[in-house]
Write a protein that binds this ligand. Structure first.
Ligand SMILES: NC(=O)c1ccc[n+]([C@@H]2O[C@H](COP(=O)([O-])OP(=O)(O)OC[C@H]3O[C@@H](n4cnc5c(N)ncnc54)[C@H](OP(=O)(O)O)[C@@H]3O)[C@@H](O)[C@H]2O)c1
Length: 271
């Protein structure tokens, strides 16, 4: 049991979505260890109850469980309202995500919808629910979990990649928009990590070379170290940080190069 409960409670509450498994469960553990009270969100209530009990006993924090399906409009609204109305919340980790890996023409429509609803829509709505209080206070931390598939699609990941691309641009946009607000925004882009999502995706982690797979603990610890060091984009497994900088610079240069009014000369339309 932590002895510093009262001192630490000034950190406020961290909301972690998808806390019943994988990266979210590790985020919950690490943030509790740092002294945050928690709101744990996912569908599997028994798992959240068990986690909440363990974290409260181990770290002397308070952990509330909110069972919700973030792919359901009513549940998403309920969680958004709860987040918007709780001024003790100082951090939101939008981590919940789902995945089906299949070629696009074989992908069932309901799975596409679920990926759109959980990976994209819930991230946008929950971010926008928490930000007004953060901006008003001039502090707070928003962490959105994308993927290295935010900027790359393999033949079985096209729809999933598209939802994660949305998370990437939404989060970078928020970061730039809120740069002077005192609010911290971090985009986390994990590569292959050993969690249940590979079973959810229908392929199993066995399809991967074990030499390319990170543990969930390493992924979250690196993401938090990146946050502590002031990174706004964290790629836990990428050794050469200048690769992201080059990608980001190319993106900005490409946009600037588009602001010309005229069709490009290669189209032969010069008047
Ligand atoms: N593992 C990887 O290789 C990898 C790589 C890049 C990015 N990511 C991203 O990392 C994040 C965490 O994934 P993970 O790897 O930790 O996967 P995971 O072990 O499958 O955990 C996913 C979490 O999201 C929750 N979730 C899924 N659908 C939900 C819904 N409809 N409503 C509420 N919660 C829902 C799950 O809880 P319930 O089932 O209890 O609802 C679970 O807690 C995701 O955004 C994922 O896209 C993972």
């Amino acid at each position: 049991m932590s002895s510093g409960t009262n001192d630490l409670s000034s950190l406020g509450i961290a909301v972690v979505t998808g806390a019943s498994a994988g990266l979210g469960k590790v985020y919950a553990d690490r943030l509790a260890k740092r002294g945050f009270d928690l709101i744990l969100v996912a569908r599997r209530k028994e798992r959240l109850d068990e986690l909440s009990q363990r974290l409260q006993q181990s770290y002397g924090i308070k952990a509330e469980v909110v069972a919700a399906d973030l792919g359901e409009a009513g549940d998403l609204r309920r969680v958004s309202d709860l987040i918007a109305s709780n001024e003790r919340i100082t951090m939101l980790v939008n981590n919940a995500g789902t995945c089906t890996f299949k070629s696009s023409i074989d992908l069932p429509g309901d799975r596409v919808q679920e990926m759109l609803d959980v990976n994209e829509k819930s991230v946008i709505h929950l971010s926008l629910a928490v930000l007004p209080n953060f901006v008003k206070r001039g502090s707070g931390t928003l962490v959105n979990v994308g993927s290295v598939l935010s900027y790359y699609a393999i033949p079985i990941s096209t729809a999933y990649s598209a939802t994660k691309a949305n998370v990437m641009l939404f989060t970078i946009g928020l970061r730039d928009e809120l740069a002077a607000s005192g609010v911290r925004v971090q985009l986390v882009l994990p590569a292959s990590t050993d969690t249940e999502i590979w079973d959810v995706a229908g392929v199993g982690i066995g399809i991967l070379d074990p030499e390319t797979v990170m543990t969930a603990e390493d992924c979250v610890d690196a993401a938090l170290a990146g946050l502590d060091s002031g990174e706004t984009v964290t790629l836990p497994s990428v050794e050469d940080a200048s690769l992201w900088e080059a990608f980001d610079a190319a993106r900005i240069k490409l946009f600037q190069g588009s602001q010309t009014k005229k069709p490009a000369s290669r189209y032969g339309l010069a008047k």
